[in-house]
Design a protein around this ligand. Sequence first.
Ligand code: UD1
Length: 429
Amino acid sequence: MDKIRIVGGHVLKGTIPISGAKNAALPLMIASLLTEERLILENVPRLADVALLQRILGNHGVNITTNGKRVGDDPYAGQTLELDARVIVDTTAPYDLVSRMRASFWVVGPLLARMGQARVSLPGGCAIGTRPVDFHLDALRAMGADIEIDAGYVVASARKGLKGGRYEFPKVSVGATHTALMAATLAEGETILENAAREPEVTDLADCLIKMGARIEGAGTHTIRIQGVSRLRGARHAVLPDRIETGTYAMAAAMVGGDVMLAGARADLLESAFDILRQAGVRIDVSDEGIRVSRNGDGILPVDVSTAPYPGFPTDLQAQLMALMTRASGASRITETIFENRFMHVQELARFGARIHLDGDTATIEGAERLTGAPVMATDLRASVSLVIAGLAAEGETLVQRVYHLDRGFEKLEEKLSRCGAVIERISG
Ligand code: UD1
């Protein structure tokens, strides 16, 4: 298994190109199941999760072509995928594929809406606490679906098609909003989704669905109204920039100091995180080119943060912020409200000498002058990148094991950091 070796203590200076958002690309690819026509997606990141979803969609009969790179092309430009789901050959999503990536469960909505049936394995994914799918299923039931659980599979049917309905999510769920939104586009009549997720990735999906002929109002607010249509057409859509990758590199620059341009990033997608970074003493300048993040000489100030659904501080940046706060000049508090058990990075950060005390869903971090490099183990996607951030600032050598977690969500991580002066390399084997 590959490892990442980092020698810490080098400031970051230069430009980091921001990729298309993984969490938008995945539902957009799944939306291809809704139409017999071709969906063309631009700016799709090259990630293990995207490749896995290509296999899963291929299993349903979606033909996918990827544009090759030509000499002279920008090596950091995203790929263009053409997804053609003219014929759905199989409405089953099997355990061995779905168990490896939770988002693949979302095929249940489009398959059911277009084909009247779906058999989808209950999901797996990152080990960050129990992550049920009850809201997905209840939203589909509200549209008239019959749903049973059989031998680890969700078996859903709507022989006469889905009917518009009203559903209020008991708690904000990104994935359940994607599932319900996609299903409702082809349901007969009006669907109203209350307490819907407002994340930019939901809005990006809705924008693409509207290009495909869906009638959707209110995406990006708590209430989404969908008037079902009988069929959707093909479209061309560019995936929005990855706000979690943006925030991650912003925290890396804040951690080690220096001056980095996050090219192509959009500040409006990440205001809560930038507010926190400014409170911590980091300078953020927004321009047409992207977002410039710098910290020169000044220390890092402690902060008090709770994760929350968008537009709040994202849970997907919680581990990275915790790494940053290990070097603050005082005690910080970080409360995780979205997922239980999303603190697996705490014991690994302690290996760098970080002092973190856990009490239920709140971590108190006593900042320290220095961290020392250590061998550490990646446990989930976002936690693993927090170890990279700590390693960049720690004295001496850090070896991060199980980096396949990183490959699920961060494109060309070592290249992007090393071209800004970090000493970081992948060791294969
Ligand atoms: C998505 C993101 C993930 C991010 C998370 C929260 C993708 C591919 N993943 O995950 O990176 O951390 O949003 O912003 O976009 N819940 C239920 N029942 C359900 C569904 C969810 O109880 O049926 C709970 C979950 O356990 C969790 C909370 O709702 O406590 C939010 O989860 P959700 O927003 O659904 O996360 P994902 O869509 O899986």
